[in-house]
Design a protein around this ligand. Structure first.
Ligand SMILES: Cc1cc2nc3c(=O)[nH]c(=O)nc-3n(C[C@H](O)[C@H](O)[C@H](O)COP(=O)(O)OP(=O)(O)OC[C@H]3O[C@@H](n4cnc5c(N)ncnc54)[C@H](O)[C@@H]3O)c2cc1C
Length: 388
């Protein structure tokens, strides 16, 4: 048998998810967005088919696969024009962290529901005064000595999908670790907890998932709201952040493929001289380049997912950063070129590509910006000194 980049199982999963994606597609997603709703029908059907929890352990209702499989799900839904951003957060970050570090009780309480999509968890690390510098986060947990409960106080910003979520996995720090380098602690915070407030942020973003600013005002949590070890620090956090980067790459590649497919379709038909515009190399070559960039980004994403699923957290860290960078850039370029290919129609609502210009930029900024990845590669990979 010839060597393959993807197994037959992966190809079958890709095809099956693509079929589901086509059933919903861009028309569905656009109608959800314009109604200000949630893509619940697609989410629920994907859950029933086992796609949302494909990475979670079988004994807790998941598919027993890894981030390689979950990234295929997101990429294919995105390529059909109906990406589910919360896949990046609920099963990929929160599900992974709970599966790897949660107690038996947390696993049985959360994983089956995250896997079938009946419950959803958001993720909150970003803070207004910390931004890209997560070491500066000040959301603080202190113990109530009388009850053993935690009391969590702080602010978070740009947290996606809180209105759909049953809980948010909040990254905080313990009181005695307030100063010095970050020793993060992860807490499951129910969205109906007293002292938990959310405010939608008015984004210029055409997406089904909304972003929120959170205020945590002495939110009282039981002792078992803490996921994993109070002292495990960054290792535990990156168990969730690397899947997040790989999944953001999948999100970007899916969106780039969708935009590119629309541009190719248009360039094949649209004729204003003797031949369709796709015959002009000034139109064809940038589309070919966009395709190559997306394919290369996917290769790096597959490498990152493979290393992560094989348990190589360090190797996966570098590859996940590079995959997120490559995919974000490829997506921004593919969308830009797709819009340009359609000429004036690139900016009409009917063709629906212009709204992707802002959406594509998300993959360049979040969850870690292009510049912070270049910083990481400069320092960690190339051994260059730091400017900050
Ligand atoms: C649509 C969307 C959804 C999001 N969802 C979530 C979520 O669910 N949960 C969550 O926790 N967060 C979420 N985020 C937040 C996201 O992770 C942050 O926006 C991102 O980490 C950048 O932080 P910032 O916006 O504070 O930018 P800043 O840190 O203020 O950076 C601003 C600019 O300065 C650059 N910069 C900063 N430091 C350096 C440096 N040392 N060298 C060079 N350049 C630098 C950055 O690259 C960037 O271009 C989301 C953001 C968006 C836009």
């Amino acid at each position: 048998m010839p060597p393959q980049i993807e197994t037959d199982e992966h190809k079958a999963l890709r095809e099956a998810v693509a079929t589901l994606g086509r059933k919903y597609g861009r028309t569905y997603m656009t109608s959800v967005i314009s109604a200000g709703g949630h893509p619940s029908e697609l989410w629920n059907e994907a859950g029933k088919l086992g796609y949302l929890g494909v990475n979670l352990p079988e004994e807790h209702g998941g598919g027993g696969g890894g981030i390689a499989e979950l990234s295929i799900v997101l990429e294919e839904l995105g390529a059909a024009g109906s990406p589910l951003l919360m896949l990046v957060v609920s099963p990929a970050i929160c599900g992974t962290v709970i599966a790897r570090f949660g107690t038996d009780d947390q696993k049985s309480r959360w994983l089956p529901a995250l896997a079938d999509g009946s419950r959803l968890m958001a993720f909150g690390i970003t803070e207004p005064d910390a931004g890209s510098n997560s070491h500066r986060i000040t959301t603080t947990a202190r113990r109530d000595p009388a009850s053993g409960d935690w009391l969590l106080t702080g602010r978070k910003v740009f947290i996606s999908g809180v209105d759909m979520a049953d809980a948010v996995l909040i990254v905080g720090r313990t009181e005695d670790a307030r100063t010095g380098s970050l020793k993060p602690c992860l807490f499951i915070v129910p969205t109906d907890a007293e002292g938990f407030h959310k405010r939608p942020i008015d984004m210029e973003l055409s997406a089904a998932e909304k972003q929120f600013e959170l205020t945590l005002d002495d939110v009282r949590l039981p002792a078992d709201a803490l996921v994993g070890d109070e002292d495990a620090g960054l290792l535990q956090l990156f168990a969730g952040l690397n899947p997040e980067r790989i999944m953001t790459a999948a999100f970007a590649i899916g969106m780039g493929r969708y935009a590119l497919s629309k541009a190719i379709e248009y360039a094949r038909d649209r004729t204003v001289w003797k031949a369709p515009i796709g015959a002009h190399q000034a139109i064809a070559h940038p589309l070919a380049q966009a395709h190559i960039d997306l394919e290369l980004a996917r290769l790096m994403m597959q490498k990152a997912a493979h290393l992560y699923d094989a348990g190589d957290d360090i190797g996966a860290g570098e590859a996940a950063n590079m995959a997120k960078y490559a995919a974000g850039e490829a997506c921004v370029k593919a969308v830009d070129q797709a819009v340009h290919t359609l000429g004036g129609n690139g900016l009409t609502r009917e063709f629906g590509l212009a709204s992707l210009i802002t959406a594509a930029r998300v993959a360049r900024i979040a969850p870690v910006s292009r510049e912070m990845i270049l910083n990481y590669v400069s320092h960690q990979t190339l051994g260059l000194p730091k400017s900050y």
